[in-house]
Design a protein around this ligand. Structure first.
Ligand code: F0G
Length: 456
């Protein structure tokens, strides 16, 4: 059979309010052309993020009812811990309310001025939590990962030569090596098993711990199964266990491949680090058997972890992201190649060459998609990264619009509608205006900035 069906039936639905183009024009104006300022009820297809937006299964909702809300020693924690350890066999599993809380606690333990923490590409909250301690966050993704059009199977890989050079020169200043799977900031690209093994071997040689930022571990494992020689007949669960066998710990946002709306954890082998992390956890998150979550959340994660490694689910998941990417490629719309696991990244600089980077082609495309069909994507370009610490502006490395696909939420006809909206935008792309920023905060301006279209 050629058709890959959604491997679920829909039991509960959320209505989508259908808007007219005129309504969307006034919604955009009221939001100062910032899609973060649009109410979700005014969005028809919300591709802002795949984080915390998954649909839970009937089993997970059943688990929610079973959640034990005892302050200490809850059996929900035991089921959560067992589900994590079945895939990621680390000694200590410490729940947190979401991924950045895990990062905050871990970086608080190991960061500090003079330290440097490398990764393939740090996600922005990871980078911010490292820099908040005074340490340096360094991206060492392989050069392949920086070329949007290049089609390679594992563009999330770390450059092992540069990692070795860093460890050779400064191992004493490197408290741990991170690797993000899949590499979200680099286009959702996977990291190969060989690369994980290579990082692990270098870390052991220099006696530096290796920690995975593992939000999308199941999608990464499925890419290894599909693309890396020797893994086609290995189960996803076995691939996941092998991936984590190279590491000494992990941070996790369960809002992605935990298939839940909130949650995360830190897992570690080192007893002293785990004790220090639990002491921090008690200060800001909660007691170590719930850490900022409810018992019901822990139950939902425990079940989500079993569902996310099922091959029918992953086959549907990766194929549906690919379906959108292929359709855009067929229509000549430039995207980051190959298509990532959780999102399609449109190359707005190549799509709208008449708009210079500091007139924000990504913002222009994101606004045009909303106007055409109520679709909400996310600019990842000079709006997000163009502001320099000294207050000046410089173009970002790439001008992208991320269309992140929530897990188990939209069907193929929703995606067909997105494709049709792209066709409409493409037909009038020469007329799309650049934008200027009329108001912005000092930091993280993309969330709250106001924009105005420039005269065409
Ligand atoms: N690491 C990666 C690779 C992420 O993609 C995210 C979140 C985090 C850490 C932080 O986790 O949100 O639970 O605190 N990414 C979301 C996104 C926000 O839209 O890509 P969190």
């Amino acid at each position: 059979m050629q058709t890959i069906i959604e491997p679920f039936r829909i039991k509960s639905v959320e209505p989508i309010r259908l808007t007219t183009r005129e309504e969307r024009a006034s919604i955009l104006e009221a939001a100062h052309y910032n899609l973060f300022d649009v109410r979700s009820e005014d969005v028809m297809i919300d591709l802002l993020t795949d984080s915390g937006t998954a649909a839970m299964s009937a089993d997970q909702w059943g688990g929610v009812m079973r959640g034990d809300e005892s302050y200490a020693g809850s059996p929900s924690y035991e089921r959560f811990e067992a589900a994590v350890k079945a895939l990621m066999p680390f000694e200590h599993v410490i729940p947190t309310h979401q991924g950045r809380a895990a990062e905050r606690i871990l970086m608080g333990l190991v960061g500090g001025a003079g330290r440097v923490i490398p990764s393939n590409t740090h996600f922005d909250t990871t980078r911010a939590n490292i820099e908040a301690t005074g340490a340096e966050a360094r991206d060492l993704v392989h050069a392949d990962g920086l070329d949007p059009a290049l089609d390679r199977p594992f563009k999330g890989n770390m450059d092992l030569d540069r990692l070795e050079a860093l460890l050779d020169a400064r191992a004493a200043d490197v408290p741990l090596v991170l690797c993000t799977i899949t590499n979200n900031s680099g286009g959702g690209q996977p990291v190969s098993m060989a690369n994980l093994e290579g990082i692990g071997a270098l870390c052991r040689r220099y006696d530096v711990p290796f920690v995975l930022d593992a939000c999308r571990f199941a999608e990464n494992a499925y890419f290894i199964k599909q693309r890396e020689p020797g893994y086609a007949d290995t189960s996803v669960e076995a691939i996941v266990r092998e991936m984590f066998s190279h590491a000494d710990g992990m941070t996790m946002s369960a809002k992605k491949d935990g298939l839940v709306n909130m949650g995360g954890w830190i897992a570690l082998n080192d007893d002293a680090w785990a004790e220090a992390a639990r002491n921090q956890l008690i200060l800001t998150e909660g007691f170590p058997t719930y850490g900022g979550l409810s018992g019901r959340d822990l139950e939902a994660i425990a079940i989500g972890l079993q569902e996310v490694v099922r091959e029918d689910y992953l086959n549907y998941r990766i194929a549906s992201t690919q379906y959108l990417g292929d359709a855009l490629t067929d229509r000549g719309i430039p995207i980051v190649q190959p298509v990532g696991g959780h999102a399609v990244y449109v190359d707005a600089k190549a799509f709208l060459p008449h708009i210079p980077p500091l007139h924000y082609p990504g913002q222009s495309l994101a606004v045009a998609l909303f106007l055409a069909g109520g679709i909400r994507g996310c600019e990842i370009g000079s709006v997000m990264f163009g502001k320099q610490p000294d207050g000046s502006e410089a173009p970002a490395a790439m001008e992208l619009v991320r269309l992140a696909i929530p897990r188990r939420v939209y069907t193929q006809s929703h995606i067909d509608y997105v494709i049709e909206c792209f066709e409409e935008v493409q037909a009038q792309k020469e007329q799309l205006p650049g934008y200027r920023i009329t108001k912005e905060p000092p930091q993280l301006r993309h969330f709250t900035a106001h924009f105005a279209p420039r005269d065409a």
